[in-house]
Design a protein around this ligand. Sequence first.
Ligand code: ARG
Length: 451
Amino acid sequence: MLKDKNKQVRDYLASISFDQRLYKEDIEGSIAHVRMLSKQGIISKEESDKIVSGLNSVFEEIKQGIFPFSTEFEDIHMNIEARLFELIGSIAGKLHTARSRNDQIALDLRLFIRQRISDTINDLKDLQKSLVELAEENISIIIPGYTHLQRAQPILLSHHLLAYFEMFQRDKERFEDCLKRTNIMPLGSGAIAGVSYPIDRNYLAKSLDFNSISNNSLDAVSDRDFVIEYHAASAISIMHLSRIAEELILWSSAEFGFIQLNESFTSGSSIMPQKKNPDIAELTRSKTGRIFGNLVAILTSMKALPLAYNRDLQEDKEGIFDTIDTLHYSLNIFTAMLKTIHINETGINNALKQDYLLATDIADYLTKKGMPFREAHSVIYKLSNYAISQAKNFNELSLEEYNNYSALFDGDIYDISLKSSIAARNSTGGTSTKQVKAAINRCWIILKDEI
Ligand code: ARG
């Protein structure tokens, strides 16, 4: 207890301002612990019932916002215990039998992150759903595909959107994998060495719905890998979100003009009345830095930390809370924003007007007539330079002009179009309408199977 310490020290040590967020998990863990103690005959049934009912009252007080949190009691564990003493008297002191705050906080964090993992996976699913809906609605729209941010080949807009579906699918898998190592019950490790009472750890694991119990008490109280893994999975996920954010920013600029963001997701300028700034996407792009930062912060806290518990570990909380919230709000606002996006076909068609995007298709044309691809590439390189110098599109060149570069060109060269280019890319995972429709079906099946 920090009553006797001076205020400066007390404030520095206290974590109650932020770890009160763990109250539900702390009480849930304490109730399971106390029931286990009574089942094992370590405390009596009456004592356990009294403590449980006191803990339930504390829970209600916190929920209703009338709980007297105080830095005098340092953290959430001590605040709850102190209030329990006030409510039920000295019997409250039996709650902490066979337990330490070290295994208690490890438990609380695991319970908390376990729930957040499943929330995050749901947020990711909602975002994926928005992407597939958008892909389905706009299946006929062709856009320029880019490499090096230079127009490269025509692709379906839907194909582009579904690339993000894949990223978020991998993100979900990462969170699911992280869940495996989060869902392990540490209670019973005590401060460091285990406890000297006849506790039943498997009963605890079962009643708190954990898959298994931790194997080593030192590791259990000092392990924060599951926190780091949540951070790492979040960092990758927000990095993905920042890529789509960047594309929406570019696409909504006058230079691209591919989309319009709904006004409710843009901000005006205080001086330039015509502006609709993509602030939501910009903020998301920037919040990536916070999440990366939180990952580096926890890695740094853990680096070279000797076994077992050290107070450094208290620093794990603000970062993980921030990352959880930031990712949650960012994923949700993107889901909502995508639902209201307007696809600007005129703008897209302007970008498609110059048909140099078809250069690969024209090289493929020669290759299919027997010319080695490398040679065809060099012929079309020269042909493109010529077309550009004449300010002509490929379909505006005469057959004679084509034949100046290769005798293999024939009248069917004019069959090459954006549509034929799309249709031709029918390799599995390619951009043909057939492939993309199959991909959309596959995405829906994935989303349905997971629910
Ligand atoms: N507030 C502490 C934390 O978050 C709880 C564990 C305290 N343990 C200790 N030995 N001081 O890490």
